[in-house]
Design a protein around this ligand. Structure first.
Ligand SMILES: C[S@@+](CC[C@H](N)C(=O)[O-])C[C@H]1O[C@@H](n2cnc3c(N)ncnc32)[C@H](O)[C@@H]1O
Length: 250
């Protein structure tokens, strides 16, 4: 289990922070980020579009009356954290990167908590979340731009289903996952060569397996920029290469 990402090794949290314009990253993260962006210049756009999906999903669920969120794979805090988007909501944040833990105080307000935890060990996350969230009331489980770091051999479907099973009816699962469904063949081949050791791109059907037993919220599994978006000038799905979807637990 990866519990620590030293400053000499690339951290997905710090590299994402770099792409989002943050300063909480090391040379090794910037070098990796620049190398990927040199081949795939729209990667920072994809990071921003994933953050925008997070905002739209949380606002949508808040509009449906959801007042509690479990955000696993929180990342280094940046503008638009869940409790900023949904003021007053109870929020539990969790990430396995110690640098996120080091910044956790920025995530703490009256009704939030931070857990150092790993998606691949869902029980301690659930146990910790029970201190803040009321598991008799609907909860929005947020897995934004994290599942593509969970390779299939890590059994993410089992872990997600453990989390979803613990949620009461009327809860929601919101997910984004990188995909190569829109990529040109040479782009897909280069992406696999450069990042295949750390990423699991998923097709819409593969992502759909995480929603087994849930009712997909309209419009279903779609390019992340298209989910409940109101902007007319949305980026091309091939530039963002991410699916987004939300499902409701009946
Ligand atoms: C690309 S960032 C996404 C951050 C945030 N969810 C967002 O959308 O802006 C992915 C985050 O997931 C975290 N992460 C990756 N694998 C994880 C795991 N197995 N358990 C917990 N966190 C994980 C990383 O440390 C990183 O902070």
């Amino acid at each position: 289990m990866t519990d620590s990402v030293p400053s000499t090794e690339v951290s997905s949290a710090r590299r994402y922070n770099y792409w989002l314009g943050g300063t909480d990253n090391y040379p090794v993260d910037r070098e990796s980020g620049d190398a990927i962006a040199a081949r795939f210049p729209s990667v920072p756009l994809a990071a921003r579009e994933n953050r925008k999906f997070l905002g739209r999903a949380v606002r949508h669920l808040s509009g449906l009356g959801v007042r509690q969120f479990l955000d696993i794979g929180t990342g280094i805090p940046s503008a638009g954290t869940v409790h900023e988007i949904a003021p007053g909501a109870r929020v539990v944040y969790a990430d396995h990167d110690p640098l996120v833990l080091a910044h956790a105080r920025k995530l703490l307000s009256g009704s939030t908590a931070y857990l150092h935890g790993d998606l691949r060990e869902p029980e301690p996350i659930l146990a910790g979340a029970r201190g803040t969230l009321d598991f008799t009331q609907p909860i929005g489980l947020l897995l934004i731009a994290i599942l593509h770091f969970a390779k299939d051999h890590d059994q993410p479907h089992t872990h997600v289903s453990t989390l979803v099973e613990a949620l009461p009816p009327g809860s929601y699962l919101a997910v984004t996952n990188a995909t190569l469904d829109f990529a040109a063949p040479d782009d897909a081949a280069d992406a696999r060569r450069m990042l295949g050791h750390e990423m699991e791109w998923r097709s819409a059907a593969e992502l759909g397996r995480f929603f087994d037993g849930l009712d997909l919220v309209e419009p279903g599994i779609v390019p992340v920029s298209d989910w409940h978006a109101d902007e007319s000038d949305r980026p091309d799905p091939a530039e963002v290469s991410s699916y987004g979807a939300v499902g409701r637990k009946p």
